[in-house]
Design a protein. Structure first.
Lengths: 86, 305
C-alpha cells in the first residue's frame, strides 16, 4: 500500500490471502510472494489470488474436499437430479 | 397451545440433511445444534452466514447445506438476509419463480456478531419486520480467532483476552431481552443437548412469519477447554443448573419451557471447563463461585415471582 501509485510503479497487483485467525506468515512465504510479484511484472499480468497454506493445512483441506465430494456424488446418484457444485 | 409434531424423542427427524466434510472442532456444540435445526427447517432454506466459527462450514467449493449459502461480513448478515428476502419476493411477484419455490431466509451467526457488531443490523431488520429466522450459536466468545472475549462472555470466564486472576470482569449481555424488546414474532433460547425442546421451538419458528430469533448456547471444547466427549453433558448441566434458561417470547409473553425443579449447583457445570479452572485451583475462589451462584438464584427467584 505504501508503494502503490508511486512513480514508475508497474501497474500490477498480486493478491495473497494469509495470516487468518492469527496465523503466522513465514519469511520464506514473503520471499515467495516477492518472487511471484517479480514474475508478474515480467509477464505483464498478475496470477489469480492465492491462499497461503502450510503443507499440512493443504493436505487437510484436500481431505475435506474429497470427503464432501464423495458424499455429493452419492447424493446425486440417489436422487438422480444433478447437484450443482457452486 | 398449538400442536407440535415433536411429542416424544422418537418423533424427531431421522433425516440428517447436513453434509460432511466440514472442519469443525470435534464436539462443537454449535454444529450439534445446527444439525438438529437443519433437520427441522429442511432443504427449502437459504443460509446467510456471518463471519465466525461457521465460516468453516464451507470448504470451497462445498457447504454441507442442500441449498445456497451466502457469506457476509461479520456485522452484516441480517442486511444480507434483507437482500435475499427482497429478491425472492420480487421474483415471485414477477412470476419468474413460482410461489412454491419460495425459501426461508436463515441468518446464522455466532455470539460475536449477534451480541456485538451485528446487533445494529438485527435491530434494523426487526424494525422493518423482515421475514427471516436468526440462529445464533453462542459459544461465549470470538471462537474462530482464538476465543477472545465477546459481549456474551460470562463473568469470571477465562478467555484469551480475559487472563486476569478473576477471569472476565464483564457480564453476559442479555440478548434475549434486547431482541424481545423489539417485539418480534418470536424469540427463543435452545441448546443442542435438549433435542425435543429445540425441535419444538424450531418448528414453531419455521411455521410462522416475521422476525424469529433463536440463541443456542454452544458448549465449545476448544474455547471452554474440555474434552469433546463432554459437550452433551455440559449442555445438560447448563440447563439443570439454571445457568441457561430455556425460554421463549411470543405475543408479548415470556414462557420458560423447562424449569429445573431442583437446580444443580452451578459448580457442577463450571468445574468441568478449563476456562473456569482458576475458580478451583490452586484454591477455591469462594467469593466468585458464590457470586455466580447468587446471580443464577436471583434470576430464577425473579422468574418464580
Amino acid at each position: 500500500a505504501a508503494l502503490y501509485g508511486g512513480p514508475g510503479a508497474p501497474p500490477v497487483v498480486t493478491s495473497f490471502i494469509g495470516g487468518l485467525g492469527g496465523r503466522d506468515i513465514s519469511a520464506e512465504e514473503f520471499y515467495q510472494m516477492a518472487e511471484v510479484t517479480k514474475q508478474a511484472v515480467a509477464d505483464g499480468q498478475a496470477p489469480e489470488p492465492r491462499l497461503l497454506y502450510t503443507e499440512t493445512e493443504l493436505r487437510e483441506v484436500r481431505k475435506l474436499q474429497a470427503i464432501a465430494q464423495v458424499e455429493r456424488d452419492e447424493l446425486a446418484n440417489e436422487t438422480e437430479e444433478p447437484l450443482e457444485e457452486k | 397451545m398449538t400442536e407440535t409434531t415433536f411429542k416424544h424423542m422418537r418423533d424427531l427427524p431421522s433425516t440428517h440433511l447436513l453434509g460432511t466434510g466440514t472442519p469443525m472442532c470435534a464436539g462443537c456444540g454449535g454444529l450439534q445444534a445446527i444439525h438438529q435445526v437443519y433437520d427441522v427447517l429442511g432443504k427449502n432454506t437459504v443460509f446467510v452466514n456471518a463471519a465466525g466459527c461457521m465460516t468453516l462450514l464451507s470448504v470451497y467449493p462445498f457447504t454441507p447445506f442442500r441449498g445456497s449459502w451466502l457469506y457476509t461480513a461479520m456485522a452484516s448478515a441480517p442486511a444480507g438476509a434483507q437482500g435475499i428476502r427482497d429478491a425472492l419476493d420480487i421474483l415471485i411477484e414477477q412470476k419468474k419463480i413460482d410461489a412454491s419455490e419460495d425459501l426461508q431466509v436463515v441468518v446464522l451467526t455466532g455470539d460475536g456478531s449477534a451480541y456485538g457488531m451485528g446487533l445494529s443490523a438485527t435491530s434494523s431488520a426487526m424494525d422493518r419486520n423482515l421475514d427471516f429466522i436468526y440462529i445464533c450459536y453462542d459459544n461465549e466468545g470470538y471462537g474462530n480467532t482464538g476465543q477472545q472475549y465477546s459481549d456474551a462472555t460470562p463473568h469470571g470466564a477465562r478467555t484469551s483476552t480475559s487472563t486476569g486472576p478473576g477471569g472476565h470482569p464483564g457480564y453476559k449481555k442479555d440478548l434475549f431481552s434486547i431482541w424481545a424488546a423489539h417485539k418480534p414474532a418470536y424469540v427463543a433460547t435452545i441448546i443442542g443437548a435438549e433435542p425435543l425442546d429445540l425441535a419444538r421451538k424450531i418448528e414453531k419458528a419455521r411455521d410462522s412469519k416475521g422476525p424469529r430469533l433463536i440463541i443456542s448456547l454452544s458448549p465449545c471444547p476448544t474455547g471452554w477447554d474440555f474434552d469433546p466427549s463432554l459437550t452433551a453433558e455440559i449442555g445438560k448441566l447448563a440447563v439443570r443448573t439454571g445457568i441457561w434458561p430455556l425460554k421463549e417470547y411470543e405475543n408479548g409473553k415470556i414462557t420458560h419451557t423447562k424449569k429445573p425443579a431442583k437446580r444443580v449447583p452451578v459448580e457442577e457445570y463450571l468445574k468441568l471447563q478449563g476456562r473456569y479452572k482458576h475458580l478451583f485451583e490452586p484454591e477455591r475462589d469462594e467469593t466468585l463461585l458464590a457470586d455466580i451462584q447468587a446471580r443464577v438464584d436471583a434470576y430464577w427467584a425473579d422468574v418464580e415471582s
